[in-house]
Design a protein around this ligand. Structure first.
Ligand code: HOZ
Length: 430
């Protein structure tokens, strides 16, 4: 249910941009509506093109952990831009940035910057293949690691939302080297190692899934994956594009006590600008060109404005109270949403880890893609529309995680829950 200005813009957009959007989930098709065109953002809010204010839980799909237009980040960006926006040559800020990442995450001994999570995952897996000399990679059904050909196999996020988890345009020969296992099911990974162990270069996993909605790992799952990889000589690649610097300064790996061979990051690390990274063991990273035979490059990699935004964000995140505040807000939202749904007699599973969460409709719990796919997407769509009507902007798919920021304070949470109480009643009425 978008405003008239957004409707008019979307009609024009559809003439020139496929589906009117530059990334499919933004089209709102999964919730049967039309997208709100955003004019600006500040703190926990975004404003639609007609001036309507919304409480924002999309947060640019993850990056905006400090809220929109954080003054320190905006200043860093404008100061950096005044000195030129791209040189295609090394800068001091890249060194500071690499040092900051390695200091925060002990598993990362060396890091390479790139521009998107897709690039980070694609490059990390090329590196894993180059390092091990093996061809196959294991991913999990419903996990999404960007849109590289070989990763669009049983993929989550928009690929699942629009029914193209195995995209057209991916040659069968490419997909053949991608094996899929069931999230939270170590036996399914063991079976793949038993059948193809000597040709598996890496296992890549979202440590907490965000791309089939928020799905936490079962106790022992991540540790078990690490052990299996070690046993079979494969690299353990942890995709922290969503979780990195969101679930704590040490990401999911710190939270769950795991040490990946390689880590991919995006979203928060770039402070809202196009910046991503992959890094890990020194011996593996040293296989990258120009040191080694694995090629990877990018004109805008380590961009001076993006690294300025990232550094300003990371500096702010080092304040100890930040993650406590995010946790408190998350707990209040979770408890309030559970209570509001129960009061309206709507069956939901509210799943949350730190500052990422999802309200799944019509299911008891979601642990993998099979259970995620059983969620009542029609009820979710009704709830999404009912929340939007009441000024709350949620991810427009049952299978995307919602994110809050440090600027979502008690008053914002209370306004959200007031909207939710009414919206659940709308859902119950059908
Ligand atoms: N891959 C993002 C969600 N998991 C979507 C990005 C976007 O549409 O902006």
């Amino acid at each position: 249910m978008s405003d008239e200005v957004s409707k008019a813009l979307h009609a024009r957009a559809q003439q020139r941009i496929p589906g009117g959007v530059n990334s499919p989930v933004r089209a709102f098709r999964a919730v049967g509506g039309e997208p709100v065109y955003i004019a600006r953002g500040e703190g926990p809010y975004v404003w639609g093109a007609d001036g309507t204010r919304y409480i924002d839980y999309v947060g640019s799909w993850g990056p905006m952990i400090l809220g929109h237009a954080h003054p320190g980040v905006v200043k860093a960006i404008t100061d950096a831009a005044a000195f030129g926006t791209s040189y295609g040559a090394p800068t001091e800020r890249e060194v500071l940035f690499a040092e900051a990442i390695c200091e925060a995450l002990p598993s990362i001994e060396m890091v390479r910057l790139c521009s998107s999570g897709t690039e980070a995952c694609m490059s990390a897996l090329r590196l894993a293949r180059g390092f091990t000399g093996r061809n196959r990679v294991v991913k999990f059904e419903g996990c999404y690691h960007g849109h590289a050909d070989f990763l669009l196999v049983k993929a989550g996020s928009g690929a699942a939302t629009f029914g193209v988890p195995d995209s057209a345009g991916v040659p069968a020969d490419t997909a053949r080297n991608t094996l899929t296992a069931r999230y939270n099911d170590l036996a399914s990974v063991e079976a793949l190692f038993a059948a193809h162990g000597d040709d598996i270069a890496a296992v890549i996993v979202e440590p907490v899934v965000g791309n089939m909605g928020c799905v936490p790992p079962r106790e022992g799952f991540l540790e078990g994956l690490a052990a299996l990889c070690q046993k079979h000589g494969a690299l353990f690649v942890v995709d922290e594009v969503m979780t990195g610097f969101r679930l704590g300064l040490t990401g999911a790996q710190g939270r769950y006590g795991i040490r990946p061979d390689l880590t991919t990051m995006g979203k928060v690390v770039g402070g809202g600008l196009p910046l991503a990274a992959f890094g890990g063991r020194r011996d593996v990273m040293m296989k990258l060109a120009p040191l080694g035979p694995v090629y990877q490059a990018g004109t805008l990699s380590g961009n001076p404005v993006a690294t300025a935004a990232g550094l300003a964000t990371l500096a702010e995140l080092r304040r100890p109270e930040i993650y406590e505040a995010l946790e408190r807000t998350g707990a209040a939202l979770e408890a309030g949403l559970v209570e509001a749904a129960a009061r309206a007699d709507v069956k939901v599973a509210v799943q949350r880890v730190g500052a990422m969460w999802t309200v799944f409709f019509g299911v008891d719990a979601v642990t993998d893609w099979e259970s995620a796919s059983k969620a009542d997407t029609k009820a979710f769509a009704r709830w999404h529309g009912a929340m939007l009507k009441r000024g709350v902007y949620l991810p427009p798919s049952q299978w995307e995680a919602a994110f809050h920021s440090v600027t979502h304070d008690e008053a914002v949470v209370e306004a959200t829950l007031a909207a939710a109480r009414e919206a659940f009643v709308d859902v119950a009425r059908g």
